[in-house]
Design a protein around this ligand. Sequence first.
Ligand code: SF4
Length: 199
Amino acid sequence: MQQLTQEAISNFRKKGFFSEFFEDKNDALKYVLNEVGSSGVGIGGSMTIHELGWFEPLKKRGKTIWHWFEKYDGILEEENAAPCYITSANAISADGAIINIDANGNRIAAAGFGAKKVFVVCGENKIERDIPSALLRAKNIAAPMNAKRLNRKTPCAIKADKCHNCNSPERICRITSITTFPITRMQTHIIFIAGSWGY
Ligand code: SF4
């Protein structure tokens, strides 16, 4: 485990988050499956969860909704109404904060209200020392790569470099959240997995 990961886990725990580290992605999945039990699960847009290959085992268990694999009207609302929500983060601050930037606001809404348990699953590549550097990561690494993946006509996607703070109609950065303490009435689990996952 990297030094920064250790610091992050310790700081998240001090604040009342649940935070764990796993060398093996299958052990992390076991942890999540045990925590969700038989409850419904919604999954937010996440390259991390996609790369980890967790949709199949969750779907096999039942009661799992992910708009990346099924398309119908109202799926985002259904996903967000699930009692358990799995997402990643665009960046994590080792002093104990979660940063996300959304276009639809669905991940930020679900991780902020309604779910009983939220799981933020991250590779160690997402961890920065403090909130300013985590914001820079979210803005200059995660958002441009997401814009490129989504084929957006934004300067960051076309140039594939950094944020240009565009005013494009296709801009994906429309709401930014900085979660500094566990949300009241909700359990938030920050799960770190060894290595680099998603972006
Ligand atoms: S504000 Fe525009 S240029 Fe900057 S990351 Fe978001 S979409 Fe890309």
